[in-house]
Ligand binder design. Structure first.
Ligand code: PLP
Length: 388
């Protein structure tokens, strides 16, 4: 089995996934078993019931912990279920600070499910480290951020934020869905917990939902072990198997996403119908990202998430209606190029006022650039922009 010193792609393919000892199968089998035979009372082979543990799930959990550089990981039925499990670290009276421009489902979960239990949430622009420092209170226990943010691609300096959190004994969790551990490793930069919607780049094929929490302490391990068993929002063996399969190609997929993303961003940057491009990999020109230096420093690639401003809802509608290769739909991170309209999809729940506050307009379109032939993508965007 690949040791911790092996490279990223090697660990993605081998860690937690030795050949099956009974048959030699090179892939971890899909263990469709709810329960396990026990030799005698009190004596089992490490598994007793699949809510608490399943061998296919274990393989994925060991692999993902290694890729993020954590101690252990725990997978759940969706990204939202993983965030809900994260909140179980809190108790009534605790305070959580969340980035103000995160995945729309995160504040919905915090405000509409957990706030009524007496957990207090505040939203801060965490790209401003001083604003974060000022927002920390004696009862603050967790800071949860996303970088780059969805859909505006604002960055937060993970190392700087981790330092502020640790000086106040607050834990930092980072939703690393947009970059994947291939391009950004928050734990190396000081984060305590990494969260993903594995639905996106980790699985990469838009065919299964899932979420993960990667922890760094024995307390995280015992808490999330307990939450899997006690709450039960676990990832199914089949989805665990799909993600294991997806992760094997994460390195090559991310390299191609990144290459296509750079080419598409350059093209959009130079296009007269595109008012603005939000992409952390543009260093110069009219759409230079104000945090390009930070992006180049804390990420090892720029990914393939790009947001463009077309000027109005009508223009966004004409553009997205005209696409032939790219698909209009929610989600991101798959091999196929997906295009979404944040105002009516991912960020509809914020309301017009909430969107205006964070700067999301009706003319914005978000692209998740896939790994098709990039020439076909450019041609598709060109013909669709001609109709705007
Ligand atoms: C999709 C997404 C989530 C939610 O994950 P699900 O798997 O859809 O529940 C959380 N954070 C980010 C950044 C996402 O893109």
């Amino acid at each position: 089995m690949a040791g911790e010193k092996a490279g990223f792609a090697t660990r993605a393919i081998h860690t937690g996934q030795p050949p099956d000892p009974t048959t030699g199968a090179v892939n971890v089998p899909l263990y469709l078993s709810s329960t396990y035979a026990q030799e005698e009372i009190g004596k089992d082979k490490g598994y007793d019931y699949s809510r608490a543990g399943n061998p296919t799930r274990t393989a994925l959990e060991v692999c993902l912990a290694s890729l993020e550089g954590g101690l252990t990981s725990h997978v759940f039925g969706s990204g939202m279920a993983a965030i809900a499990a994260l909140v179980t670290l809190m108790k009534s009276g605790d305070h959580v600070i969340c980035g103000e421009n995160v995945y729309g489902g995160t504040p919905r979960l915090f405000n509409q499910v957990f706030a009524p239990y007496g957990i207090d949430f505040t939203y801060v622009d965490t790209s401003n480290v001083e604003a974060l420092r000022a927002a920390i209170r004696p009862e603050t226990r967790l800071v949860h951020i996303e970088t780059p943010t969805n859909p505006l691609m604002n960055l937060t300096d993970i190392a700087a934020v981790a330092e502020v959190c640790h000086s106040r004994e607050v834990e930092l969790s980072v939703d690393n869905t947009f970059m994947s551990p291939y391009f950004q490793r928050p734990i190396d930069l000081g984060a305590d917990i990494v969260m993903h919607s594995t639905t996106k780049f980790l699985n990469g094929h838009s065919d299964g939902l899932g979420g993960v929490l990667v922890g760094t302490t024995p307390e995280h391990t015992s808490r999330f072990d307990f939450v899997e068993k006690a709450v039960g929002g676990i990832l199914s063996p089949f989805e665990s198997w799909l993600i294991l399969r997806g992760v094997k190609t994460l390195a090559v997929r991310m390299r191609q996403h990144d290459e296509n993303g750079r080419i598409v961003a350059q093209f959009l940057d130079g296009h007269g119908k595109v008012d603005r491009v939000f992409y952390p990999g543009l260093s110069a020109g009219r759409n230079a990202h104000p945090q390009y230096e930070l992006a180049a420093q804390q990420m090892t690639g720029f990914g393939s998430m790009i947001t463009i401003e077309l000027g109005s809802f009508e223009k966004a509608r004409s553009f997205t209606k005209q696409l032939r290769v790219a698909t209009l739909g929610e989600s991101l991170g798959g091999v196929e190029t997906l295009v979404s309209h944040p105002a009516t999809m991912t960020h509809a729940g914020l309301g017009a006022e909430g969107r205006a506050k964070v700067g999301i307009t009706d003319g914005m379109v978000r692209l998740s650039v896939g790994i098709e032939d990039v020439g076909d993508l450019l041609e598709d965007f060109e013909q669709a922009l001609a109709m705007v």
